[in-house]
Design a protein around this ligand. Structure first.
Ligand code: NAG
Ligand code: NAG
Ligand code: NAG
Ligand code: NAG
Ligand code: NAG
Ligand code: NAG
Length: 764
């Protein structure tokens, strides 16, 4: 610890000015005391009063001017003048004492109205003395207790290592000094907590002043409706027509986006939001991806990803943000190398030239390769478009490796919430979604009569296959035969004219319409009473389109859940999610009377359900709000305004707000996802940190017999037999889906808006 009177740094000119001012005042006062008797009483007090007032004014002005630069506590934001601070504090305290003594004298002498003096001195006395200037405390080094406790070391596992690095390396780059690092232990610790977020903040929490931002530089935005502006941004650098499909979808849907923005504005305030600079990098369209997405988009390539990208781009543009769209690595490289911060090792996250970066796993890999050392600095800005989701166990490389589940998609070490999924899968990830297109308007629909049809979900013949290969798909012909007892069965399977000889799996009683254009497919749905799932493909948009067109979706239940354990399709995907039916979203979030989840092998059950559906003469259509343009705008806007992972790690989450959160103790062996769902709530991983302590366990009426910190996906929680509590040691492993027998998990849950699952009722 340094002596308060030793000067370690050379103060700058402004500091000297303050000091000079202080010393002058000090000297003046001393002088006045000496000259107390030399003047006539009346004249003396007049001069005294004026002098004091004018000096005090000067002093207060100087102090307040300089105060913006002086951050209280041992660590100064822009310069480290801690020793100087101490000196000044002592002087100031002494002066304040003298000042009030003098003030009293003046009163005695003058019997003046006390208000003018009171006005000058009171702010000084009250404000300063309350939270910062306690010379004695400072001299005793009270706020210099820059030590890590054992508890800190357990919770902030990376802090010690970073601290050690700082001790050796703080002079390796000037940027550390610019953040006030001066070689003292305190400055290391404060830098690591305040700027990089690795270490606990609490010691000096109260005294750190956040620099006031220049409000005049903030740009505010409203929604945008001019499509040509967007088309100008969406230009393929290679003229490979990479964006052609996206441009087509955007043009087609544009009027609906504009309408949706207008409708949303009537419900909530959208003006005066801060403009964000957003980089969208479509790794899947790059040449390096080797996927040929750009080339195959009109040849029946997988379009699900392109749907999600075009809807995302529309959303961001309509919301008014400043967009840059890239798909090639050299574009990325060019943008990123221009960033000043990219070339400096300091992990500062202020003044970044990009506020948010959307990309996919391919893009993320390119990103890591081209940004190199700067990656850590930008990683908190990333949002990864990841249709299947990434569970915490697969995300943390160390953990995935140790458990032999590391795949080429996993191990990214981001926060699980930075992955954005197509459907609300695991609440560990964020749900981005997409827009389910509605091709038919009210006037189109008028002339269409509903027939006694069951339309089968499946564009490819193999989907009808009884699949001796995969036992889980067996028995589809029997299922369709059962349906045939009540309805005419129709299909839309692509017929390859050249390969006519190939055996067809589709039963002969199915009327095949061939592959349909989207509009015609919707007309078929309008004519059908039931849309029949065959178990594959998983979680597509078609069942939602069916429901929107008034056809009830028959959703096959999987008696043995499908997952990466038993289905090739899921192998290598960084998730252990178990699908209990072909479309879990339809099963869980929509349900009857729009969706019936049935065991397709149980004829009696299938017939019973069919009768129930057919008896309901009033066909209604339904579209979950979250899959409309308006719903997507609302959800993404909430994310953009509130999700911020560049804050320091250990801060308690402010969003979703506490009022939406309740803490639930799961049953033995239950995951948090299930425990919350049972209460009509959704697991909210951002609030795990709050309950990761014995104190919160106690509030939940659990008296821990032992406390332990372990890095695994089941914690926090306790063993109901031994009452042994285990808390989470590795923040990235907080998981909604982890479950363990003989263990009760403690879970943060939030409420949600029906039809807008991603948001809590207080989240807007
Ligand atoms: C100033 O003079 C008064 C008498 O007029 C005396 O009581 C007081 O102590 C003197 N103040 C100082 C600070 O010397
Ligand atoms: C001093 O103050 C008292 C009450 O505040 C007042 O009555 C008195 O007249 C004052 N004396 C002078 C000289 O102003
Ligand atoms: C100022 O004087 C009034 C009476 O004139 C008194 O009530 C009040 O407490 C005084 N204020 C201070 C700060 O001395
Ligand atoms: C003192 O401050 C109050 C309010 O802060 C103000 O109303 C009053 O006029 C001030 N008095 C003088 C003498 O400046
Ligand atoms: C419905 O869509 C058709 C084209 O699909 C269009 O010609 C017609 O004007 C639309 N009607 C309404 C009421 O929007
Ligand atoms: C088939 O479904 C019916 C009605 O839901 C049920 O009672 C029966 O137990 C089921 N049979 C089998 C084998 O699961």
């Amino acid at each position: 610890m340094v002596s308060p009177w030793r000067w370690r740094i050379i103060p700058n000119s402004r500091q000297l000015l303050v000091l000079a001012c202080l010393l002058f005042l000090f000297w003046c006062m001393t002088l006045y005391r000496v000259s107390n008797f030399s003047l006539g009483k009346q004249k003396e007090s007049e001069v005294l009063k004026n002098e004091i007032i004018s000096l005090s004014e000067k002093y207060v002005r100087a102090l307040s001017r300089e105060n913006t630069d002086i951050v209280d506590g041992p660590y100064a934001g822009r310069f480290t003048a801690y020793d100087l601070k101490k000196t000044m504090a002592v002087l100031l305290e002494s002066m304040l004492e003298r000042l009030s003594r003098l003030e009293n004298q003046v009163h005695h002498v003058m019997n003046v109205s006390n208000s003018s003096l009171a006005n000058l001195t009171r702010p000084l006395l009250t404000e300063q003395s309350e939270d910062s200037i306690h010379a004695e405390d400072l001299i005793l080094g009270k706020t210099e207790a820059c030590m890590l406790t054992e508890q800190d070391k357990q919770v902030y596992t990376k802090c010690e290592g970073k601290l050690e690095w700082m001790r050796q390396m703080w002079q390796s780059d000037a940027c550390y000094a610019s953040y006030g690092v001066d070689g003292s232990e305190c400055s290391f610790l404060m830098y690591l907590s305040e700027v990089e977020g690795w270490c606990p903040k609490r010691t000096w929490k109260k005294n750190v002043k956040v620099p006031i931002e220049d409000k005049s530089k903030v740009q505010y935005i409203d929604t945008k409706d001019d499509i040509e502006g967007l088309m100008k941004i969406l230009v393929d650098p290679n003229e490979r027509q990479g964006y052609a499909w996206i441009r087509m979808r955007i043009r087609k849907m544009w009027p609906k986006w504009v309408l949706a923005a207008g409708n949303l504005k009537e419900k909530q305030k959208l003006e005066k939001r801060r403009r964000k600079k957003i980089l969208v990098h479509l790794g899947l369209l790059s040449k390096q991806s080797g996927w040929g997405f750009a080339e195959n988009q009109f040849k029946g390539g997988p379009l699900g990803e392109l749907v999600q990208w075009s809807d995302l781009i529309c959303t961001l543009y309509v919301l008014g943000h400043q967009l840059t769209i890239t798909s090639e690595t050299y574009q990325l490289e060019k943008i990123l190398s221009q960033l000043p911060a990219a070339n400096s090792p300091c992990q500062s996250r202020t003044d970044l030239p990009v506020h948010i970066i959307y990309t996919d796993i391919v893009g993320l890999r390119q990103f890591k390769r081209y940004v190199k050392g700067g990656y850590g600095k930008f990683s908190c800005l990333l949002r990864i478009v990841d249709s299947f989701g990434t569970e915490p166990a697969y995300n943390l490389r160390m953990y995935a490796k140790a458990h032999k589940i590391l795949t080429s998609w996993g191990g990214q070490d981001l926060l699980p919430q930075q992955f954005f999924t197509m459907f609300p899968h695991s609440p560990d990830n964020s749900f981005m979604g997409f827009v389910v297109e509605q091709h038919l308007n009210d006037s189109d629909v008028k002339g269409i009569k509903r027939e006694n049809w069951a339309l089968v979900y499946g564009k490819n013949d193999y989907m009808y296959e009884n699949a001796t290969r995969v036992s889980l798909y067996r028995g589809k012909d029997k299922y369709l035969n059962t349906i045939k007892k009540r309805l005419e069965v129709h299909g839309t399977v692509y017929v390859d004219e050249k390969a006519k000889t190939k055996r067809s799996y589709m039963p002969s009683f199915v009327t095949n319409h061939g592959l349909q254009k989207p509009e015609d497919f919707h007309i078929l749905l309008r004519k059908s009473k039931i849309f029949v799932g065959l178990g594959f493909p998983y979680e597509g948009p078609a069942p939602l389109e069916a429901i929107a067109n008034g056809a009830v979706y028959l959703n096959p239940k999987f008696s043995t859940p499908h997952s990466s354990k038993n289905i090739q399709f899921f192998k290598g995907k960084p998730t252990a999610r178990e699908l209990t039916s072909q479309h879990p979203y339809a099963e869980l979030f929509i349900g009857e009377p729009y969706v019936y989840t049935v065991n397709m092998h149980n004829d009696t059950q299938v017939l019973k359900v069919l009768d129930k559906i057919l008896q309901n003469k009033e066909f209604t259509s339904h579209m979950p709000y979250e899959f409309t343009e308006e719903g997507m705008l609302q959800r993404m806007n909430a994310y953009i305004e509130h999700q911020n992972w560049c804050q320091f790690q250990k801060q308690e989450a402010k969003w979703p707000p506490h009022s939406a959160i309740s803490f639930v103790m799961g049953a033995d062996g239950q995951s948090c996802k299930d425990a919350c769902w049972q209460q009509g709530l959704i697991c909210e991983p951002s609030h795990f940190l709050q309950i990761n302590s014995a104190r919160s366990m106690k509030q939940a009426k659990v008296d821990c017999s032992r406390e332990d910190y372990v890095a695994d996906i089941f914690y926090p929680g306790y063993d109901p037999h031994s009452n042994e509590c285990v808390f989470q040691k590795e923040e990235l492993l907080f998981s909604c889906v982890g479950q363990k027998t003989n263990f009760r998990r403690f879970c943060p849950c939030r409420n949600y808006i029906k039809g807008q699952t991603a948001l809590c009722q207080e989240c807007l």
